[in-house]
Design a protein around this ligand. Structure first.
Ligand SMILES: *Cc1c(COP(=O)(O)O)cnc(C)c1O
Length: 432
């Protein structure tokens, strides 16, 4: 019986021994000197809690200053500094009224903290199919919204990809869905020339080290709506110090929500706020450098017939802090061989089709805590989806070397796949 090409093993041995890449894909850029200076000054005072700064004595906390500066950067009226991106998401959901019985739609190409935030709020995730460009599929979104009775869409701009936000906003309006944007990977991304994360009731950002602003852990929630932000501030654990915030609704307005809003502590501390503030002016430059490195590699890959790159919609500027590409039609064994061959040449690829979760990469069918639904289209897309982090410490020459290694190994494997498929076809023809 003829063996299918998909069953065949592919050697893990690279097609070429050289060049090898020696850079570190997870390396962070050092923080600016000013961040170190502020952190040191703060440590000397011991006043690391945001509410130790008393406005009655003319003091404004680092956290409050960060909120004012981030709100301006994000183009929104209000900002709230919190403990993590995941906490920001759960807080946004709670402040939007999500709880037990609420169904929350979310795209199925996402990271585990997104369904985690929905569950943390007591709500139920409803996973929606994605399209070839890794964006949420609008047809499936409308269908699932109708079938599930969901009232909320948690839209994750996963890996910095910005979808057609205008189309999504209009669909949310038609279907009565509250939109919350997850900008953990999209801090610095643009939609029609303005910052992404301006359309949802809330947008949540992350300042965890692997995102675009680095305070180890941390999150920032932005919004325009006074009542929604009042609830978020109280939820974050403001006690009665909500007047010590940097970009908040008026205190009298917040006071109205005090009695009805539980405290689920998750404030940001002064140290993190202090190291973040000097990074805000650097964000646009970081995005430009990331996109430059990303485009060197993406342009080289785009020339290969085997490779499919996600296409951003017109009007979107993504952040190329990572790169995704697919190998449509490749057998899974060949994708696994590419991951191994690239690794042996120093290039670290993450594979969304891998049988087990790995590092930061996991897939919806591995989340036993999330209601399972068939997502055949997503599964086929994720089966050959590869993901690569781009470090800001890489030089353009590094990017060219990475591109060359990937091009060589993809080309070699693609040649093997074609030869085997041709061989199988000939075998069938001579038998038939
Ligand atoms: C990192 C990330 C989060 C969670 O952020 P943390 O700060 O790690 O809690 C949420 N969504 C996406 C898409 C992320 O990449």
């Amino acid at each position: 019986m003829a063996q299918e090409a998909s069953d065949m093993a592919f050697s893990p041995e690279p097609a070429h021994a050289a060049p090898i890449f020696e850079g570190d894909f997870t390396a962070q850029e050092p923080l600016p000197r000013e961040a170190a200076a502020r952190a040191t000054a703060l440590l000397a005072t011991g006043r690391l809690h945001r509410y130790t700064a008393d406005p009655a004595r003319g003091e404004i906390s680092e956290a409050a200053r960060l909120e004012a500066e981030f709100a301006a950067l994000a183009g929104r009226r209000h900002a709230l500094a919190v403990a993590s991106g995941g906490y920001a998401l759960a807080t946004a959901l709670r402040a939007a009224g999500a709880g037990p019985g609420t169904r929350v739609l979310t795209g199925s190409f996402t990271l585990a903290p997104v369904p985690g935030a929905i569950l943390a709020a007591g709500a139920t995730p409803v996973l929606v199919e994605i399209d070839d460009n890794l964006a949420i599929d609008l047809e499936d979104l409308a269908a699932k919204a109708r079938e599930s009775g969901a009232t909320c869409l948690l839209l994750s701009h996963m890996r910095g990809h910005v979808p057609d936000i205008d189309a999504i906003v209009s669909l949310c309006e038609t279907m009565g869905l509250t939109l919350i944007e997850d900008c953990a990977h999209a801090t610095g991304a643009l939609w029609r020339g303005r910052p992404a994360g301006r359309h949802g009731l809330f947008a949540a950002h992350s300042t965890q080290s692997y995102k675009h602003l680095n305070s180890g852990e941390g999150g920032l929630l932005v919004a325009d709506d006074d009542d929604a932000m009042a609830r978020a501030i109280l939820l974050s654990g403001s006690y009665m110090f909500f007047d010590r915030h940097g970009a908040a609704p008026p205190a009298a307005h917040i006071r109205r929500h005090v009695a009805a809003t539980p405290n689920i502590s998750g404030r940001m501390d002064e140290l993190r706020a202090a190291v973040l503030r000097p990074q805000l002016p650097l964000l646009a430059g970081r995005v430009a450098r990331w996109n430059g490195l990303h485009d060197i590699i993406a342009t080289a890959l785009a020339a290969l017939p085997a490779v499919a790159l996600p296409k951003p919609p017109e009007g979107a500027v993504r952040v190329g802090s990572s790169l995704q590409f697919r190998l449509p039609g490749w057998p899974s064994a060949a994708v696994a061989a590419l991951v191994e061959r690239a690794r042996r040449r120093g290039v670290v690829l993450k594979w969304f089709g891998a049988p087990r979760p790995h590092g930061y990469t996991s897939r919806h069918d591995m989340w036993r805590h999330v209601p399972r639904i068939p997502l055949p289209r997503t599964d086929e897309i994720l089966r050959t989806l590869l993901d690569m982090r781009i470090s800001l410490l890489f030089t353009p020459d590094d990017a060219r070397r990475i591109a060359r290694i990937l091009v060589e190994e993809i080309d070699a494997l693609d040649g093997e796949i074609r030869r085997r498929q041709g061989h199988l076809r000939r075998q069938r023809l001579t038998k038939g």
